[in-house]
Design a protein around this ligand. Sequence first.
Ligand SMILES: *[C@@H]1O[C@H](CO)[C@@H](O)[C@H](O)[C@H]1NC(C)=O
Ligand SMILES: *[C@@H]1O[C@H](CO)[C@@H](O)[C@H](O)[C@H]1NC(C)=O
Ligand SMILES: *[C@@H]1O[C@H](CO)[C@@H](O)[C@H](O)[C@H]1NC(C)=O
Ligand SMILES: *[C@@H]1O[C@H](CO)[C@@H](O)[C@H](O)[C@H]1NC(C)=O
Ligand SMILES: *[C@@H]1O[C@H](CO)[C@@H](O)[C@H](O)[C@H]1NC(C)=O
Ligand SMILES: *[C@@H]1O[C@H](CO)[C@@H](O)[C@H](O)[C@H]1NC(C)=O
Ligand SMILES: *[C@@H]1O[C@H](CO)[C@@H](O)[C@H](O)[C@H]1NC(C)=O
Ligand SMILES: [Cu+2]
Length: 620
Amino acid sequence: MRIVALALSLFSALAAAEKTHTFDWKVSWKKVNPDGLHERPVVAINDQFPMPVISIPKGDRLVINLDNQLDEPKRNVSLHFHGIYQEGTPDMDGPIQLAQCPQPVNSTFVYNFTVDQPGTYWYHAHVDDLYPDGYRQAFLVTDDEPYFEDQVEEELAFTLADWYHQLYAVIRDTEFMSLYNPTGAEPVPNSLLWNDTTNFAAQIKPDTTYRLRIVNTAAFSAFYWFIEGQNFTVVEADGVFVDPYPASTLLLNAGQRYSVLFKTPKNATAVYRMGQVADVTLYDYIPSDLKLNQTGWLYTSEDHKHFEELSVEDIYNAVPHGDAKLKHFSSEDIEAMYDMDLVPYDRMKVLPDPDREITLKITMTNLIDGKNYAFFNNMSYVEPKVPTLYTVLSAPDDETASNETIYGTNTNTYVVEHDDIVQLVINNFDGGSHPFHLHGHAFQVLVRAPSINGGETEDDYNPWNPKKPHKFAKHPLRRDVVRVEPYSHAVLRWKADNPGVWIFHCHVEWHLTQGLAIQFVEAPIQIRQNVKISQNHLDVCKQAGIPVQGNAAANDKDFFDLAGQYLQPKYLPDGFTARGYIALAMSTLMAFVGIGFLIWYSVVDTPDDVYEAIETITQE
Ligand SMILES: *[C@@H]1O[C@H](CO)[C@@H](O)[C@H](O)[C@H]1NC(C)=O
Ligand SMILES: *[C@@H]1O[C@H](CO)[C@@H](O)[C@H](O)[C@H]1NC(C)=O
Ligand SMILES: *[C@@H]1O[C@H](CO)[C@@H](O)[C@H](O)[C@H]1NC(C)=O
Ligand SMILES: *[C@@H]1O[C@H](CO)[C@@H](O)[C@H](O)[C@H]1NC(C)=O
Ligand SMILES: *[C@@H]1O[C@H](CO)[C@@H](O)[C@H](O)[C@H]1NC(C)=O
Ligand SMILES: *[C@@H]1O[C@H](CO)[C@@H](O)[C@H](O)[C@H]1NC(C)=O
Ligand SMILES: *[C@@H]1O[C@H](CO)[C@@H](O)[C@H](O)[C@H]1NC(C)=O
Ligand SMILES: [Cu+2]
């Protein structure tokens, strides 16, 4: 692939066989029109957009010198390598205020780690909501020895994504995290993309077995994907090889990847149409000008390039849809492969009973600033003043570093001991599905329960019942992004054998913005023994003006004194059922432009907190 041929120099280390692939990457703005509808600034690397695909062999070292030139508008940068475990290098994981400082304009940060896992990954920014602006691309780790290798003759990789016509931060600040959006409706994208275009076509050879690697790099959307009239064999899910599993339609949630083997038919003049269909259950409304599905083409001969888009009827005929009728057919009817049926090829057994069980309840509601937030156990994630990894390292002793208190109230931190079996129960008390991602691990998915009655209302809430006897798969699915259905639950398990600070968050960027994240401080004592922060880390923090020592409140004298830490806005006073009341207030506000809102507030019995709320709100 051409990416490997990019500016890459090889240092053959004397002792080790590992090669080092070095990339000098300058990040800057570029004006691009990916969907043919609207030109806008996107983030580019070395003036290249789409960004370069990384493709390196397993066992090799990757060095990226990342130079931030995102000026006007200014942005901080970082890089996260989604799905890469970063064993021994948790300081290279990328999320800001966890593993490093945000990297300001005119600074350089060096990512340097070895990649010891084959599979399909991707890289993206993990700072200031930047990745939806195009800062994302596939990261392929090649390997001579996956079990299906001798069947593969050719390989193709591509991304599926959604696209907005404005910068994410602009939509976030004007439309999304706004008083005018009291229900937290997620902005719906303007387009769907394949490989960052709307006319994706790739040439294939007939009668050849391809490994197709498909990566969903969307900010929000989930996609059904298929090849019209064809079946294929699933062999990888999120970097984990699985037993061959025949399928015709996949559902990829934001952040998920699959590899499939596809034998192209003998017909040398064929064009194969592939479909990408947005999962409309995620969208609160459907703009009339949004194309809900997008076609991609595989063609065998330049002479037979005639690209026709899939019609609704073509899609209907191509995917399993139960007894749905064409007239009312939508993505909700599509029956994609059930990922829980996949069996990891390495036959890893279900992990033993947990040493540590954490149960999380997801809710979404308005806080006193009138904006809609997302919560795990009533806590909406707020970044600490000091990146948590540095707090681990600067704590005076192991005992302090092992105490959750020092990491702050709103970081929602869980300290887990080295080699603990951790079980995470996620109860979703929300009417939307969420694709959850854990850094540092692939987890076993023991349970991924369907919604009851479609999960339409709170009455359908179906949390995990720990008292009920459960039988888990002997070799459960393992992956790094799992979809949790509306008003339902999932149970995940992993072994805490990778010391580091790892974030667990929803991969819908809007929901991460709303605070749907927790973090694990995994094996703090081992982190302190093995990790040393480089001078480069410290230099970037200095340039960003961020302290590198102390607790979540940047107190390095008394780690238990959290005065001054960043907190979420206050809850609304009792008696406010946030959504209903605020929605009512908002419709009043819309009608009377501000005045109605105040009148409405003043007719209710007003505690002081409400006056405070009004003040906050009217200052906006
Ligand atoms: C960049 O990081 C600095 C330091 O944390 C912060 O003050 C600033 O708001 C960030 N810039 C953006 C655009 O988010
Ligand atoms: C970055 O460096 C360039 C060249 O030295 C300078 O013109 C620009 O003002 C700098 N930007 C910031 C934000 O420091
Ligand atoms: C990358 O890390 C390795 C191992 O710590 C070190 O030997 C090498 O010098 C580093 N390379 C760069 C460019 O920092
Ligand atoms: C998808 O785009 C990337 C980046 O431009 C490119 O390297 C890759 O070859 C494309 N995939 C296909 C199948 O064309
Ligand atoms: C795909 O698989 C389904 C279910 O096994 C089967 O009915 C269908 O004939 C297959 N289609 C092709 C083109 O092989
Ligand atoms: C495909 O897109 C068209 C245009 O947006 C829409 O009318 C149709 O319902 C979509 N079909 C599916 C299955 O998404
Ligand atoms: C953590 O520190 C607090 C404050 O000193 C203390 O009350 C608590 O018992 C400690 N927790 C553990 C698990 O040691
Ligand atoms: Cu979410």
